[in-house]
Design a protein around this ligand. Structure first.
Ligand code: G3D
Ligand code: MG
Length: 188
């Protein structure tokens, strides 16, 4: 399994206080990989990452005196293969739900993705992301608002291309994840 980000050094004590797996879900081509790479690397469409087929990334988020190390899992195109997805969700502490603002079907499918994640992970913190905000949107704002209030979700518009809000979903989830970890385990 290939990996990008800080490496674990067993000789040294870890530089983080908490660690959590986070999954990024949504239809194929909504920009999940692009968002993760933008967040972790600060770039858009770097050919070498696509070529390597990285399976997961790590990124640290510091909040006050705590540092959360995210293990961000990326799908290698398993979006269409149900049985493979189950393994992908296992142990996830949070989920970023992504749709493409220019693709109505990808928005309508968010409901499906929520149910699937909850079926494996139970009720974990989730955030809704409308990606490709640099393009002309097709999904209507009132439909998004209606959906987010029904599901009690925070909503953020991003562009992996321009970098707009690319850190925000992960940043906003971090305190919720830390809180959950502290209430259930010792944080590791
Ligand atoms: P996925 O991981 O959800 O399947 P990808 O999606 O990250 O592979 O992105 C799918 C396509 O959408 C890619 O285009 C990518 O460059 C493009 N994309 C991702 N995010 C954005 C964005 O914010 N704005 C715009 N304009 N395009 C985006 P290609 O052409 O490489 O298939
Ligand atoms: Mg991808």
């Amino acid at each position: 399994m290939s990996h990008y980000g800080p490496t674990e050094d067993s000789e040294q004590s870890p530089t983080y206080t908490h660690r959590a797996k986070i999954v990024v879900v949504g239809d194929a081509a909504v920009g999940k990989t692009s968002l993760i790479v933008r967040y972790v690397k600060g770039v858009f469409n770097p050919g070498y990452i696509i070529t390597l087929g990285v399976n997961f990334f790590t990124q640290d988020v510091s909040i006050q005196d705590k540092t959360l190390r995210y293990i961000i899992w990326d799908t290698a195109g398993q979006e269409r293969f149900g049985p493979v997805r189950k393994k992908y969700y296992l142990g996830a502490r949070a989920a970023v739900l992504v749709f493409d603002l220019t693709n109505l079907q990808s928005f309508e499918n968010v409901d499906f993705w929520i149910k699937e994640v909850e079926g494996i992970c139970g009720e974990i913190p989730m955030i809704l992301v409308g990606n490709k905000a640099d393009l002309k949107p097709v999904v209507k704002q009132d439909a998004i608002q209606d959906f987010t209030s029904r599901h009690n979700l925070t909503y953020i518009e991003t562009s992996a291309k321009t970098g707009m809000n690319s850190i925000r979903p992960f940043f906003l989830l971090a305190p919720l994840v830390i809180e959950e970890l502290e209430s259930t385990t010792d944080g590791r």
